[in-house]
Design a protein around this ligand. Structure first.
Ligand code: HEC
Length: 138
């Protein structure tokens, strides 16, 4: 084969190889597509961006037993500070006689030794009511 022939063959196979690479890279090369592919897995929150509230918001209202076990049990299972004990019907009777609204209002706003919201400051009123209902069911 002449030198010219070898050169031609090389040139032809080089072109073939290049067009193969071209085909493989035919995927979206737009700027957005590239930015998306090389974006970090965990994005960083930058000032001015919308905060990722959805990821941080609690899954939903906490159940009464969860609130009771975390915040109320310390006093209400032991009777500490004169708290009416859960399951002690005699202790609860005069309190229930005041009416449910008073009971709930005292639990939410505090009453003598009973701290407001039983110290669960980020509890919603509904979560406090659920905790009371759980306590009364014990
Ligand atoms: C630091 C101790 C303490 C914690 C914690 C606590 N309580 Fe109390 N709670 C008391 C005391 C003491 C009383 C009795 C107050 C009184 O009648 O003088 C009371 C009373 C109550 C009453 C009756 C109010 C009334 O009108 O008779 C309810 C209902 C109640 N607590 C609910 C809760 C709930 C729900 C939680 C948790 C979210 C909680 N408490 C956490 C100490 C506590």
């Amino acid at each position: 084969m002449s030198a010219k022939g070898i050169f031609l063959r090389l040139a032809v196979s080089a072109i073939a190889a290049l067009s193969l690479i071209g085909a493989a890279n035919a995927a979206d090369m737009s700027e957005e597509a590239i930015a998306e592919r090389i974006a970090p897995v965990g994005s960083v929150y930058l000032e001015g961006q919308a905060p990722v509230e959805a990821a941080m918001a609690p899954a939903g209202p906490r159940a009464g037993d969860a609130v009771y076990n975390t915040y109320c049990m310390a006093c209400h299972s032991t009777g500490a500070a004169g708290a009416p004990k859960a399951g002690d019907a005699a202790a609860w009777e005069p309190r229930l006689a005041q009416g449910r609204d008073t009971l709930i209002s005292h639990a939410i706003n505090g009453f003598n030794g009973m701290p407001a919201k039983g110290t669960c400051m980020d509890c919603s009123d509904d979560e406090i009511v659920a905790a009371i209902d759980h306590m009364l069911s014990l």
